[in-house]
Design a protein around this ligand. Structure first.
Ligand SMILES: C[S@@+](CC[C@H](N)C(=O)[O-])C[C@H]1O[C@@H](n2cnc3c(N)ncnc32)[C@H](O)[C@@H]1O
Length: 252
């Protein structure tokens, strides 16, 4: 098979859930591709990315490959978790077979593909099967941008140091980040709230944090007092934004 017959893989950022935050380009690419490869966390579960995409694109006539990527911790530079690695292998093989048949494949992913997304694990595994796989990355609106917009508070201004991290980091690493940043975005924090509040209390920062759950979706919840979320069964789509400095015209 010649390279010209090989399909192209599109890693498509579809934004954090509000269909209106999907870019025109994302919609066009998803409409154009005959095959959608969609991520989900559990075999028996459904794909949030597919649900979001389906709000703007008719997915019913497409071949949909549901690919299971377990949400196990990944540490770069370490041997990957076997279950996660197995998921990448199975997914890459399924996508590879479609590309080899000359079909373009779109992989819709939450937010932006470059930010804590499975997209690049899939691509890297695929490149082991075919190093020259044609690929296009379509950027998307990140969850943190959407959350920042909802709470009408900027992420970075002037000489601010902004740090974006998964909340599963250990306390020592998080403490260091919280002390040395002007603003911090904590992603994947839905199961970490009590621990985070202890740490923020210790540093006197709890009052500066805002939690946005299911940003841009009909049941969005903003917790300006993050303690109010203790005991709530927070959704995976939850992000905590902490900004130490208040903006004031006197200091602008
Ligand atoms: C695997 S990361 C994906 C991040 C995504 N690639 C991005 O660019 O924002 C998943 C995390 O994104 C955040 N997230 C995604 N959608 C969200 C939403 N609608 N509201 C709040 N947080 C969201 C949550 O912190 C969630 O645990």
């Amino acid at each position: 098979m010649t390279a010209a017959q090989t399909g192209r893989l599109y890693l498509v950022g579809i934004g954090p859930g509000d269909p209106e935050l999907m870019t025109c380009k994302a919609v066009r690419i998803l409409e154009q591709c005959r095959v959608l490869a969609v991520p989900k966390a559990k075999e028996e579960g459904s794909s949030s990315a597919l649900q979001i995409a389906a709000a703007m694109v008719d997915t019913t006539s497409k071949t949909v490959l549901e690919l299971c990527f377990p949400m196990n911790k990944i540490r770069l530079g370490c041997t990957p978790d076997p279950e996660a690695a197995q998921g990448w292998q199975v997914a890459a093989q399924a996508v590879f077979e479609q590309l080899e048949q000359g079909h373009d494949v779109a992989f819709p992913t939450l937010g932006d593909p470059a930010l804590y997304s499975t997209a690049f694990y899939l691509l890297t595994t695929l490149q082991e099967l075919r190093p020259s796989v044609p690929v296009t990355v379509v950027p998307g609106i990140t969850a943190m941008s959407a959350c920042s917009a909802q709470i009408v508070n900027p992420l970075g201004l002037g000489d601010d140091v902004l740090t974006v991290v998964p909340a599963a980091f250990d306390d020592e690493r998080l403490r260091d980040i919280l002390l040395n940043s002007d603003a911090v975005v904590l992603m994947k924090m839905f199961r970490q709230l009590p621990r985070l509040i202890s740490l923020l209390d210790e540093l006197g920062l709890t009052g500066k944090a805002v939690l946005v759950e299911r940003c841009g979706l009909p049941d969005q919840h903003i917790y300006s007092d993050i303690r109010a979320a203790i005991g709530c069964d927070l959704h995976y789509f939850s992000t905590l934004i902490l900004r130490k400095k208040q903006i004031s015209t006197a200091t602008l």
